[in-house]
Design a protein around this ligand. Structure first.
Ligand code: NAP
Length: 304
């Protein structure tokens, strides 16, 4: 719960960007609240093994890293409220945020809401979500241990998900609409030896199953459509920024990301955007955390 109704800084979203910002702002002596709807860590918390955040020679579980980031910020006085944000009035000098547990005011707001998985947009996708349709391999993969699964996508998420699932599932198909992945090099060698069956130049056009997923139809650009029997479809086709709450106040780019440069400043005075929700060339935990530090620096300047 919120201890006060008024803070210097309100951070919306408790991922690495949000908690890094909270840590830096709290260390600078500001009163800070982080508003998080689920659990600390955000999208990072759904990653089983994080190997590309410096300081952990064995890597670290993403959920654990989220908790550590929360505790690190709270050590300097930042608070966390597990609430969902219903609306935010960001244009005035005093920003007003309505949450599921009441209203708060803040002199500055840091938008750190990240992004959610993009759906394929197929007919049965929503109905079968949680019954074979999944968006997070490390969260749901174990349910399909020793089963056959299909991963859709060609980026880092699809590559990481397929590799993770290949260790626990009987058979993994990776369906991608091109003839090569755009995933980082680090994934390529392990993919070659993984036993994953690649289905190139293809799209999943139908998900089958009444009460649970039983298979998919895959349409190929260079051959006939085929059916793949499977118990699960892991959709990893990118993310959509969680910015709908701020639309109309904060400037967004054509794909919905908040327009903010390396200063993290948005078009609104006293409103900053950090992490995956911001326009940026590389979305990683370390770049989100870096944004948090930068936002704090420009908040100090804004308050001066
Ligand atoms: P992404 O890099 O945007 O890749 C999305 C993939 O899905 C692309 O291959 C895209 O195809 C495909 N796709 C998009 N819409 C589709 C549709 N409707 N139907 C079929 N395929 C579709 O997304 P991501 O892999 O989720 O990664 C998101 C961000 O997180 C990236 O910045 C990524 O680097 C980062 N990330 C990093 C790591 C890591 O470093 N370990 C792990 C996970 C994620 P096209 O190639 O044809 O566009």
């Amino acid at each position: 719960m919120m201890k006060q109704t008024s803070y210097d800084v309100a951070v919306i979203g408790g991922g690495p960007g949000g908690y890094a910002a909270a840590l830096y702002c709290a260390r600078s002596g500001f009163s800070v609240i982080v508003l998080e709807q689920l659990s600390p860590g955000g999208q990072m918390a759904t990653t089983g093994q994080v190997d590309n955040y410096p300081g952990f020679e064995e890597g670290i579980d993403g959920f654990e890293l989220g908790e550590k980031m929360q505790k690190g910020a709270e050590r300097f006085g930042a608070e966390t409220a597990f609430v969902s944000v219903k609306s935010a009035e960001l244009t005035g000098d005093i920003k007003k945020i309505t949450t599921s547990k009441g209203e708060i005011e803040a002199r500055a707001v840091i938008l750190a809401t990240g992004a959610s998985p993009r759906e394929l947009g197929l007919q049965r996708e929503k109905e079968l979500r949680g019954r074979g349709v999944a968006y997070c391999a490390t969260c749901d993969g174990m349910r399909y241990r020793d089963k056959t699964v299909v991963v859709v996508g060609g980026g880092n998420s699809a590559a990481a998900d397929a590799l993770y699932l290949a260790k626990i599932c009987k058979k993994v198909y990776l369906v991608h609409r091109r003839d090569s992945l755009r995933a980082s090099k680090i994934y390529m060698d392990p993919l070659i030896d993984s036993g994953i069956e690649f289905v190139w130049n293809s799209r999943v056009t139908e998900i089958h199953g009444d009460k649970k997923v039983t298979g998919v139809t895959v349409a190929s650009l260079d051959g006939p459509a085929k059916e793949i029997s499977c118990e699960a479809v892991f959709v990893a086709v990118g993310r959509i920024p969680d910015t709908e709450l701020f639309r109309g106040q904060v400037d967004l780019d054509g794909t919905g990301y908040i327009i903010a440069d390396e200063t993290t400043k948005t078009n609104l005075p006293g409103v900053f955007a950090v992490g995956d929700v911001r326009t940026k060339p590389l979305r990683q935990i370390v770049t989100a955390a870096a944004d948090g530090a930068v936002a704090s620096r420009f908040i100090e300047e804004y308050f001066a």
